[in-house]
Design a protein around this ligand. Sequence first.
Ligand code: SF4
Length: 310
Amino acid sequence: MNQLQTMWSISRRKSLINCPRQYVLRYSRSQNNWSQINNHSAIKHSLSDLIIRSTRKVMLERLEDHKNGLEWSKRMISLKIRLGLKSEISPERYKIIRDSYKLRDLISNAKIKIDSLWDTTIFRRIINREIKHWSCLRRTKFYSDGHIDIFCSPDISYKIQNKWHLLRIDFQGEKTNSSTELEGLAMVNWAKNNHFLPVVTEQYIVHTLKYIKGYWVHEKYIPSDELLQQSKQLLEKDVNEMNKLVKKMGPLLDISQIPLSKNESTCNNCSFKPLCPAKDGLKSSQLEQEAIEYHNAKIYFELDRRNKVF
Ligand code: SF4
């Protein structure tokens, strides 16, 4: 079966960068097959990941209701987030966490994020109907670029005069890095492949709202054809890296070959931690993993050398 990775999304990219092993366990098709064959069902998403997913859905639903003249009570937000989570997990898992402090804290933090999002300039302009033409978009809609299915839809698009604004909302934002702009501009490539949006690059403006350390950070990018090309190349490079990881495991899908996270904080919210060597301390597990990687690379090098000699 073809194990090549053929999908790109911001979540996949984040996972690939933050922890290659988490990426493989969560997203690689080879690992999914391995889990099925071995009847092994690891929990793929932590509670905090699932709460974020539910929060995003609640945000969109609240906005749509606002458009239709329905206003929500404060209690409704928390209730909807909880119901969203409940629909994502098994009844057994929900029963265990239902009354936990952790779940209550996560829901209360998610509500704070939604409340403060409603206070950002873009949202205030939408709520006050200063921005009249807007629509919510679902992240499940993708476009295909050659062999890659690209999931990078904005969450909201709105039109002011002759410009289309594409907005992505990240409830778990990370600091800006050298690729942030190109990641954001992927939305324009997505939009240009959508029949309902224009194909002219200059008609777009990209926005991201990221929740970082208690604040919504707004970033704005102006696309050009050259930047859009670079954005496509970034995605290609990511998918290439994803495939390299899968190949590295070899035919036995040996997960011990795959590097661990470099940052302890990534492990804190990782659903794979109970099954990962990092559960006993990231630093020592990293050294162990690097030694395994080195040992296997040496074996392959020797085999390769012998094959060339004979
Ligand atoms: S626990 Fe840490 S090292 Fe292990 S998969 Fe998760 S993020 Fe990666």
